[in-house]
Write a protein that binds this ligand. Structure first.
Ligand SMILES: Nc1nc2c(ncn2[C@@H]2O[C@@H]3COP(=O)(O)O[C@H]4[C@@H](O)[C@H](n5cnc6c(=O)[nH]c(N)nc65)O[C@@H]4COP(=O)(O)O[C@H]3[C@H]2O)c(=O)[nH]1
Length: 834
């Protein structure tokens, strides 16, 4: 280091050293600035800048070296060989360009180091080639270690300069990097100069012809270097400013481009939205149109155009609303607007609609379609309207409403509609001058038809009944089916007693006529109850209840009749309900008793057995006969426990009688519906201990009508046990013969109404009764005649061959105790009577 210091202090002119330093710094500033430009650019431009930076610093190193060499005073005259000098310049430019190129063109942490090493190599190459060009009359000796140090210094500081230049590209970074680069060059030069020792040797003369004057060379170089570098710096700064402006411009261009893309995006979005809107509008179920405040078309969908068959010229934006309406009318699309001037009429109807509120209307088309038009005002005037085809919807609504108010089988109004119409009709009667007749009717024997011939025939019968009811009533009458075989007819009457009775009689007669239903001819009848408004009630429920009571009364007074409501009926119903309640208590309170009526051998008068007949000792009403309470017990479902009690009691009583006497017990239809009937009978026989053949079960045809298969099965089981089955009330039934063929009854009991007729003075009645008895006998079964009261009747029955007889003539129904007494006495009841 001392050598270097002494070299600098002793062998150099300080002024020129400073000039060399300035040249070096200027070159460094220019080179670093150009290097930064290279970093900021790409591709070819970058390599051009790199080359220029290399050229600038190479030239700067070279100029520095020669200016510094001017400051060097080795004590001998010096000169420079042109060729090595040119080489030194070329080497400096080339290697520094490569160094910059490596630093900027590669990536990674070591790129600054690699570039700096190459630049250091460029500095050293320049220096030592320049020294090689030095021509002095003396011997040049080198200090190797300083040579080495100079190279290392150049390289290390070169690395530092590049590291700073790469990292910091502002003015400060440029300055710092330039200082470091200057230090790299200067420190290398002066250390290298310290390594040189020139010993004068006059024998070594310089070749003047190829040498340049060092002073001239130094000054020329410094001048050219400074001016070139100055221009380069100006160029670089200008380029840098231009680059900044370009960058700004590019930024603006970029922003504009982004804005343009956004705009294009928005336009595309708008386009997409329009497409979506069009698709949505054209795929709506409703037809849609939009009119502006001037009533001109803004937009409409395809369905709207199709619905009103609009030609393309009417679909243009701006088409007046009135033109479209006129088109609708002219083409006859609208139902009620076909006459002349109809378009204006329709337009004025539309004009009357509120424009500031939602409105809805139904337009009826000539082809029957119903279009619901809903108009909604828009902000700023105009409206948007939807046109929806509601034909199907309305039809199904109407169908549903019809179904809700009509009976599906007969299409007659049902109870709901009847009640509604009745309320309206009752309101009419309030204004006076007219009354309302309410007729409730049900079919006699409908259940039998339904059960024997099947439900399809039953349904046909109900439809046929509806048709006949329509035929025999006036247009003002309303006929309703309330369910099952229940119907109601209401009509206005001015003279209820006459008109309502006539209406009822017409209905009764019409329904008495036989019905031909496919292969079947069916005869039913009807019972009718009549109530009159406002006399019998001013409310539909009250009137229907009154008519119902009258119907009940008609049925219990013998079917096939009509009856007007009377206030007493209400009391009767009340009494009936009380009786039903009492009967429930009676079963538990042992108020029932069995009486027994003998039936005898007609020929001998011997008692063959007794029929058990139920009696009710009512705590307040006294003795109540079965004709009054049995139907009630059947309706209330009490007949099953009551019937079981009868069976068990009668069998137990019969067990006390001589073994040849039979016990006859009546069975109701409701008992056959109970699955317990057969087990109960078996149990009654077992617990009483009587033989099954002593038990006779009396059934009417009505019993067999209900669920005939099940009834026949039960009767068959009982008959197999040995129980005898008797057909009661023979002659009064619906189709006796067919039943007689279907089941092998053991006994036939001729109804007492025929026996009664045997003593009739009317010859035809007498003959008919006799014919019935004869027919029963001819069937070959045990024939029993009921209700024999006179000897005359008995004689006829004997004549006709009737096997058994029963009636007051032989004995009334008696309590069990009386029978026991009678049997103890060994009475022959009939014999007594005979
Ligand atoms: N005018 C007149 N009547 C006579 C004469 N001989 C008998 N009678 C009455 O005729 C009815 C005969 O019984 P039914 O035809 O089986 O008719 C019975 C039967 O169908 C039913 N019944 C009676 N007891 C029972 C029972 O325990 N169970 C069921 N299911 N029904 C019963 O009640 C009906 C009426 O029974 P009753 O009032 O006891 O009336 C009895 C009896 O008192 C006569 O010479 N002249």
């Amino acid at each position: 280091m001392f050598r270097v210091f002494s070299c600098l202090a002793v062998e150099h002119d300080w002024r020129l050293v400073v000039l060399a330093g300035l040249v070096c710094f200027a070159a460094s500033i220019v080179a670093v600035s150009i290097f930064h430009r290279a970093i900021a650019t790409r591709a070819r431009t970058r390599w051009i800048w790199i080359t220029i930076a290399g050229a600038a610093i190479g030239y700067g190193i070279w100029a520095t070296h020669f200016v510094a060499m001017l400051a060097y005073e080795p004590g001998v005259p010096t000169g420079y060989g042109i060729v090595p000098t040119a080489f030194s310049l070329a080497a400096a430019m080339l290697l520094t360009s490569v160094g910059f190129g490596v630093a900027v063109g590669t990536s990674g942490r070591l790129r600054a180091m690699a570039g700096g090493v190459i630049i250091g190599g460029g500095i050293a190459s320049m220096h030592y080639l320049g020294m090689w060009a030095l021509e002095v009359p003396g011997r040049v000796a080198w200090s190797v270690d300083l040579v080495f140090v100079s190279i290392i210094l150049g390289m290390c500081l070169g690395c530092a300069a590049l590291a700073v230049a790469l990292r910091y590209q502002g003015y400060r970074g440029t300055l710092a990097a330039a200082i470091l680069l200057t230090l790299a060059i200067v420190s290398h030069h002066f250390t290298a100069m310290g390594a040189v020792q020139i010993t004068p040797d006059p024998t070594r003369a310089t070749t003047d012809s190829l040498s340049l004057s060092p002073t001239f060379l130094a000054l020329a170089i410094a001048g050219v270097a400074l001016s070139v570098l100055g221009m380069s710096l100006v160029g670089v700064l200008a380029d840098r400013r231009l680059a900044t402006r370009t960058a700004r411009f590019e930024e603006i261009i970029n922003q504009l481009s982004v804005a343009r893309q956004q705009l294009e995006g928005s336009q595309n979005e708008l386009q997409d939205q329009k497409l979506r809107l069009d698709t949505a509008i054209n795929n709506m179920v409703e037809a849609l149109c939009m009119f502006d405040a001037e009533r001109r078309l803004v937009v409409c969908n395809e369905r709207y155009a199709l619905l009103y068959r609009l030609p393309p010229e009417l679909l243009r934006t701006g088409t007046p609303h009135a033109d479209i309406i006129r088109h609708r009318v002219v083409t006859g699309i609208l139902k009620s607007y076909t006459s002349e001037g109809a378009a204006e009429q329709f337009l004025s109807k539309l004009a009357a609609l509120p424009f500031d509120a939602v409105s809805s209307r139904i337009d009826e088309f000539a082809d029957g379609r119903l279009i619901c038009v809903t108009r909604q005002p828009m902000a700023g005037g105009g409206w948007v309207a939807t046109h929806l085809d509601v034909t199907e919807q309305r039809r199904s609504e109407a169908r549903i409403a019809h179904m809700a108010q009509h009976d599906a089988l007969t299409d007659l109004p049902n109870r709901v509609l009847l009640r509604e119409r009745m309320e309206h009709a009752i309101a009419v009667t309030r204004s006076g001058g007219v009354d309302l007749a309410v007729l409730m009717l049900d079919l006699d024997r409908f259940k039998e038809v339904n059960d024997t011939l099947g439900h399809p025939v039953g349904d046909s019968l109900l439809r046929a009944v509806s048709a006949r009811l329509r035929e025999c009533t006036t247009e003002t009458a309303l006929i309703a089916r309330l369910g099952g075989d229940e119907f109601a007819v209401i009509d206005y009457v001015t003279n209820p007693a006459v008109e309502a009775a006539t209406l009822a009689e017409n209905i009764r007669k019409a329904l008495c006529e036989p019905f031909d239903l496919g292969d079947h001819r069916v005869t039913v009848g009807t019972s009718i109850g009549i109530a009159i408004a406002p006399r019998d009630g001013s409310d539909s429920d009250v009137l229907m209840k009154s008519a119902d009571l009258a119907l009940y009364s008609a049925k219990s007074g013998g079917r096939g009749a009509f009856r007007f409501f009377e206030p007493e009926l209400d009391q009767l119903m009340h009494a009936r309900r009380n009786l039903e309640r009492d009967m429930r208590d009676a079963l538990a309170g042992r108020e029932f008793e069995l009486h027994y009526q003998p039936f005898v051998n007609t020929a001998t008068g011997e008692i063959r057995g007794f029929e058990a007949l139920l009696r009710w000792h009512h705590p307040r009403r006294g003795l109540v006969l079965p004709g009054e309470f049995i139907p009630l017990a059947e309706e209330a479902g009490l007949i099953v426990p009551l019937g079981e009690w009868v069976l068990r009691t009668a069998c137990a009583e019969a067990a006390k009688w001589p073994a040849h006497l039979r016990i006859a017990i009546n069975l109701s239809p409701a008992q056959f519906r109970s699955k317990e009937l057969v087990p109960v009978i078996v149990d009654a026989l077992a617990s009483s201990g009587i033989s099954p053949h002593r038990l006779e079960l009396e059934v009417t045809e009505t019993v067999i009508m209900h669920d005939s298969e099940a009834v026949f099965a039960a009767l068959g089981q009982l008959r197999e046990l040995g129980v005898r089955i008797a057909l009661d009330d023979f002659g009064t039934g619906y189709s006796s013969l067919s039943f007689l063929q279907r089941f092998p009854f053991d006994k036939i009991k001729v109804d007492r109404s025929f026996v009664n007729e045997l003593s009739s003075t009317r010859a035809d009645a007498h003959h008919l009764a006799r014919a019935v008895v004869r027919f029963a006998v001819s069937l070959g079964k045990t024939t029993t005649a009921e209700g024999v009261e006179t000897k005359e009747q008995l004689d006829v029955l004997r004549e006709e061959g009737c096997v058994e007889t029963q009636g007051y003539y032989f004995g009334r129904p008696m309590p069990a105790s009386a029978i026991a007494k009678m049997l103890r006495r060994g009475d022959k009841a009939a014999v007594c009577a005979a």
